[in-house]
Design a protein around this ligand. Structure first.
Ligand SMILES: Nc1nc2c(ncn2[C@@H]2O[C@H](COP(=O)(O)OP(=O)(O)O)[C@@H](O)[C@H]2O)c(=O)[nH]1
Ligand SMILES: [Mg+2]
Length: 215
């Protein structure tokens, strides 16, 4: 990857800025957290996605007008035995996606518990999105869209139903979060948002979205 930054525009004007945000995925195991990240970062889907041990870290960049938003994504394991590790990942996060599986009511209950925990213990301005994943399995639906949508509205959450399998609303949910995040100076530039974060342009295993909007 080159060291080009968006502030170097072809016309020489200094108009682009780069913002980095830490985003965490939470939710019961097997709801599709890793699959959503894999779809968003690499455009892939695996029917037999390996379950996450501890947590995984990936990055992805999206472009909004003159701002490049770099997500530092922490994909957590959903199992209860890893619960005590979760605060390490959501502490200092500017955004969270809480995922449930639309075919499994229990996972929606678990998602609500995560939302409560974030509301109590994460940063007060954290942007929380609720993702009802596996919409391609609509014939097995057990959580109604309206029920989740109403809950999201009452709790001021972004809400979308997604499918990591078909890619439905996957980029959209990250983009909606990017739009909602404050692009103030505290988040601009070079790794001020979290310890260990890197400048855009470092080799980091992540990839840009193919939209090419940063060019
Ligand atoms: N049909 C369908 N299956 C999915 C979807 N997302 C994930 N899966 C499957 O659900 C299983 C668990 O996914 P995974 O991403 O490991 O869930 P995680 O434990 O929440 O990270 C895997 O077999 C995935 O292939 C989806 O949108 N639709
Ligand atoms: Mg996983």
């Amino acid at each position: 990857m080159s060291n080009r930054t968006v502030s170097q525009r072809p016309n020489g004007q200094n108009q682009g800025k780069i913002c980095q945000f830490k985003l965490v995925l939470l939710g019961e195991s097997a709801v599709g957290k890793s699959s959503l990240v894999l779809r968003f970062v690499k455009g892939q889907f695996h029917e037999f996605q390996e379950s996450t041990i501890g947590a995984a870290f990936l990055t992805q960049t999206v472009c909004l007008d003159d701002t490049t938003v770099k997500f530092e994504i922490w994909d957590t394991a959903g199992q209860e035995r890893y619960h005590s590790l979760a605060p390490m990942y959501y502490r200092g996060a500017q955004a969270a996606i809480v995922v449930y599986d639309i075919t499994n009511q229990d996972t929606f209950g678990r998602a609500k518990t995560w939302v409560k925990e974030l509301q109590r213990q994460a940063s007060p301005n954290i942007v929380i999105a609720l993702a009802g994943n596996k919409t391609d399995l609509a014939n097995k639906r057990s959580v109604e869209y309206e029920e989740a949508s109403q809950y999201a509205e009452e709790n001021a959450l972004l809400f979308m139903e997604t499918s990591a399998k078909t890619a439905m609303n996957v980029n959209d949910i990250f983009l909606a979060i990017a739009k909602k995040l404050p692009k103030n100076d505290g988040n601009v530039g070079n790794g001020l948002t979290s310890p260990g974060s890197r400048r855009l342009g470092d080799a980091d295993g992540g990839s840009r979205m193919s939209s090419g909007c940063c060019k």
